[in-house]
Design a protein around this ligand. Structure first.
Ligand code: BG6
Length: 487
């Protein structure tokens, strides 16, 4: 099958926070790759906005340093010609009217305003965009997660942004939804007759979702310390993964059909409140250690604040209160400075009800379906088979293993490439609707409240380890183990 890139119409993309980590490390490289594939029309403009006093050339020089080596360098200058810069401060009026003039009044022209700043600025930026009428016609706003730091602040932001942009113009991005494997969950679950009959509490023992990172917080410490692992990763990325595993089949792939089903899952999550929080959740914070062969400092040293109580690791046991999932635990864990970079979803099936094999054939292990999001995207289905050859019936647990890169020879694309063009095309299927964000906070808030009320420090773990031992105890208490294949 030939793969073709679908053309998109010319657009303006304005990135607030244009000199920030996300813009430079993710958004611009994603746009450069789409440019190389011929998907950025020549009349499109990409405009970085930040407070720094820079001109177009200064900004391009910064980006050149970041982009060189990430694609065909000989076309980098041509790409950068479509990129410009404007210094603007969301909290000061200067420069906004010139900016509005630059963008111009063409209501049918797609204008995307990407808010890659701290959430406290979303409201001010949107208010100014509204003042200059830049919210009209085919204008769209993209909000980076986390939207707020709890339900109340998320509501404030959503209300304020909602006064300027209507819901259909608002794209709340969660880049995990743009990852190939997450999309593949839809294909696997709803494109095969094989799994769906087994996809329920009758056949599934438990689900594990791990998002492990080797990096520390580094220069993002100031942002990260106000967020922590639960707000940064779990309330959004990991709950979205959980939704994709647990949702009922939507009637179609239309944006609202998918999002309605995800919302039902979020609303069915059993609350973890009060005394349950200590039982079902584990928070950790990394100390100095050896990560990938190198000695690295602890979180508090990186931050330069020995008192921070922010968690860099969280593990928890969630349950979904509905017929399909009653009694099936979903174990989630995520952390910085873990031994490997690995993100995966493990669906562990129930053991066979009765073994016909003798003790000398080897143990009967559970079937597991492992969906790997990174580092190499793919699917593994663990099966029990007979070891080939003579020597009696010896059972082995082996994976049917498919790496997408190997199977299709397709280079892995960053999730932002797909999502940015989805915004330009006006397709919100892979973006979070307001009610989803609210439902996720409604579930996360009592956990955050109980942690704050308890005042306990997160449990220390050495950089390069799998987090505090309490995270292992969390799952082992139930007679289960974290997927060792990822260790
Ligand atoms: C971001 C978080 O949303 O996702 C970061 O803010 C995290 O802390 C990142 O490192 C992980 O994304 P990925 O695609 O590298 O797994």
């Amino acid at each position: 099958m030939t793969v073709t890139s679908q053309p998109v119409e010319a657009f303006d993309l304005v990135i607030f926070g244009g000199t920030g980590d996300l813009a430079v490390r993710k958004l611009l490289p994603a746009l450069f790759h789409r440019f190389l594939d011929g998907q950025i029309p020549a009349s499109s403009r990409i405009i970085g906005i930040a407070r720094e006093t820079l001109d177009n050339e200064g900004y391009r020089a910064q980006l050149r340093g970041a982009l060189v080596g990430s694609g065909d360098d000989s076309r980098l200058d041509a790409f950068l010609q479509q990129v410009g810069y404007r210094p603007l401060d969301a909290r000061k009026p200067e420069g906004w009217s010139d900016f509005a003039e630059l963008i111009g009044e063409q209501p049918d022209h797609v204008r995307v305003f990407y808010l890659s700043t701290s959430p406290e600025l979303f409201v001010d930026i949107c208010a100014r965009l509204g003042d200059f009428g830049l919210n009209k016609g085919a204008s769209r706003v993209v909000m980076e997660k986390p939207v707020g730091r709890d339900l109340a602040s998320a509501n404030q932001i959503n209300d304020a942004v909602g006064r300027v942009f209507n819901e259909s113009q608002t794209y709340r991005i969660d880049h995990y939804l743009g990852k190939e494997t997450v999309q593949n969950l839809l294909a696997l679950r709803f494109g095969n007759a094989l799994f769906e009959p087994l996809w329920n509490a009758g056949h599934i023992d438990h689900v594990q979702i791990t998002v492990a990172e080797t990096l520390g917080v580094g220069h993002r410490a100031a942002y990260y310390d106000r967020a922590g692992a639960l707000r940064d990763m779990l309330q959004n990325h990991m709950l979205q993964l959980l939704c994709m595993v647990a949702m009922e089949p939507p009637s179609s792939l239309s944006p609202d059909a998918v999002r309605d089903e995800k919302l039902k899952v979020l609303n069915s999550l059993k609350p973890i409140e009060g005394g349950q929080v200590a039982q079902y959740t584990v928070r950790g914070q990394y100390r100095a250690g050896v990560a990938e062969g190198t000695s690295v400092p602890g979180y508090l040293d990186e931050l330069g604040d020995s008192k921070s109580n922010t968690e860099t690791f969280v593990a928890l046991k969630a349950e979904i209160g509905n017929w399909r999932w009653a009694g099936v635990p979903f174990y989630l864990r995520t952390g910085k400075r873990l031994p490997h970079r690995v993100s995966e979803i493990v669906v562990a099936f129930k053991p066979v009800p009765h073994s016909i094999f003798g003790a000398d054939t080897g143990p009967l292990a559970q079937n597991r379906l492992v969906l790997r999001l990174q580092p190499d995207e793919g699917v593994k289905l663990w099966l029990t088979i007979k070891h080939p050859g003579p020597g009696g019936l010896r059972l082995r647990h082996v994976p049917l293993d498919m790496s997408f890169a190997e199977a299709f020879g397709v280079q892995q694309r960053d999730a932002y490439e797909r999502l940015l063009l989805d915004v330009v095309r006006g397709n919100p299927t892979l973006f979070m609707r307001r009610d989803e964000v609210e439902a996720a906070w409604r579930w996360a808030d009592p956990i955050l409240d109980a942690w704050a009320a308890g005042g306990e420090s997160p449990r220390p773990y050495a950089a390069g380890s799998w987090g505090p031992s309490a995270a292992v105890a969390l799952i082992e208490r139930d007679g289960r183990t974290w997927n060792e294949d990822s260790d």
